[in-house]
Design a protein around this ligand. Sequence first.
Ligand code: HDE
Length: 730
Amino acid sequence: MCPRSPARGAFINKELSLMSSKKPSSPKSQMAGTDTLDRGNTNVKLENLEAFRDDATQQALRTNQGVKIADNQNTLKAGARGPSLLEDFIMREKITHFDHERIPERIVHARGTGAHGYFQTYKAHSALTKAGFLQDPDKKTPVFVRFSTVQGPRGSGDTVRDVRGFAVKFFTDEGNFDLVGNNMPVFFIQDAIKFPDFVHAVKPEPHNEMPTGGSAHDTFWDFVSLVPESAHMVIWAMSDRAIPKSLRSMQGFGVHTFRFINAEGKSHFVKFHWRPSVGTCSLVWDEAQKLAGKDTDYHRRDLWESIETGDYPEWEFGVQIIAEEDEHTFDFDILDPTKLIPEEQVPITPLGKMVLNRNPDNFFAETEQVAFCPGHIVPGIDFSNDPLLQGRLFSYTDTQISRLGGPNFHEIPINRPVCPFSNNQRDAQHRSTINKGRASYEPNSIDGGWPKETPPAAQDGGFESYPERIDANKIRQRSDSFSDHFSQARLFFHSMSKHEQEHIIAAYSFELGKVEREHIRARQVDEILANIDLELARRVAENLGLPAPKAGTVPARKTSVSASPALSQANLLPGNIKTRKVAVLAANGVEGKAIEALKKALTAQGAHAKLLGPTSAPVKTAEGKLLDVDGSMEGLPSVAFDAVFVPGGAESIKALSGDGVALHYLLEAYKHLKPIAVHGDARQLLDVLHLQVDDGLLAIKDAQDLKAFFAAIAQHRVWAREPKAKAIPA
Ligand code: HDE
């Protein structure tokens, strides 16, 4: 048996039991490397349990060979002013390592951020699946999650219009299960063989490498306008879902149909879903664009800070379940990844919850080196014949070989299973396991025949594929059941609220407006949009100066569901203000009591306030107290907050009325449809800005009277204000 990863498993499970016993007073206390855990009767240092997690505290600086370094400031030279000597192994080792610090980025999903956490099942789901991590409600299965954008490179902006990756690695006792999904339930293409074409089209154009992080360019629209199967996913990408407010407010989807297999070998088809506890909501377009410049790291910062402050992001994990015998009862094929199953038709069965509660110690070692693969599954889960999924099963392992430098990427700490993984695979680049024994083949009699196969069993058995019967010709063909490309795009559009539909029209108009070739714009309008909805096509055509199409090019099909309220984000808010962030604008002379009242009320609701001044210097209250600010209005712009509060205080309001940054702050928040409360004298600011009160722009007399303000924040944005806000300068 080889010495592998039980250490890591022990570490994570121990850490989780520590976390579950009580919420630590300081989130920092969860960091590895410094704590001592009670492990049975002995106290064991965490760093001893996980040797590869390096904590340099109290350690001497050494070379990679372990030699202590006496001088890390000067190269070895022939005399103080003489040439450097090749002999300097310390300098050469350091520079050589530095020269190779960058590895190839992911071809797609290069920009990402990750976090650790756990998954806990609500109960035993044994009737559905024998997967061990879905049986014991007392068990916490460690997870690592990586969220990403698709198009842009590693350094691109977080808030660009794009699909988001939502990849979860479950470190189960039966091996790793990777659920490599997205924040949208469908995909652009139906067959894996088209993926390189699609990615080449959406990536920056080859001649000038533009645009970074966006799809508003000719090659993308050329491809999708020629490939009608993309229509459904493209309308999702033109919707608010493509500009999520935060990573923790995104739904996640497995996209493909998978199978659950129970101990009796019975199979059900399932679709995987993640539903965030803070609700699902988005930025507005102007805000997303500004954030891409003002805070490129907006999403990763939000995730990081939420975890550091103890607002642990949480999702409910659920499945839509389809009995084997119901496979063909839908208007579409459940193997077609461009289709979703409306929740009104098959509701989601909740299975458990996932909590993210620990930030990585090292971005590169964990977030960059984590290697997901849809082919990493455990007994109790199996694939369907979705032709996109089938191709993905090959692609991910293959890509890790060039990205991570060889086939041993499973040995990198973040990828190691927490259960043993002995086998006869040997050698290759970066091998770190030191295999004992002489037999690296099976069967063998030299090493007692080990490691041996495990027959399938109800629990803890070897993996067995579902014995689906296949009787078919070898053929390159798309099934006829995959041929309806527009009904679900229409379903999506018709399920949106009015303001969401307007955003979709605006997004198509913006993106196609950037397309240089008129025939591409026209093809998208006439051959795609007109088949989705004529009014959508007419409005976009009008914005592009094109003739409005009079009819679609293919007859509309009859479907059994014409609207799915579950698709509209207007229906996906939790009705509370937990974890929302309010900016408080103040200058010298502010009413300190109003700030205190707001902070107290927000804390009671699980929300947060940040005090912002004209500069980063403390502000003096009307009561004569010095208050530290969290930052300046310029440094923490309105785009980084959910709402704005301006406390009264004659002197403070006078100063803010003449401060262009403060006035712009309010105007921008207004334009981005954010709730704003002006208290006492602060009402004067509305006159200065020529703004009128509305459902979310509230003038309050008493700083205790925050009910309407909080109700507006719980609605996320003041959508009714949108037509008026359009007149406000961007
Ligand atoms: Fe991926 N995809 N993909 N993809 N994908 C990659 O794997 C690929 C698809 C998704 O945070 C790559 O390690 C093919 C659908 C996520 O590390 C690569 C096809 C869905 C991530 C790859 C698809 C996804 C990737 C690039 C069509 C949603 C980031 C680097 C057959 C269900 C995972 C890597 C992370 C990453 C191939 C389509 C999600 C090249 C061939 C559909 C979340 O292997």
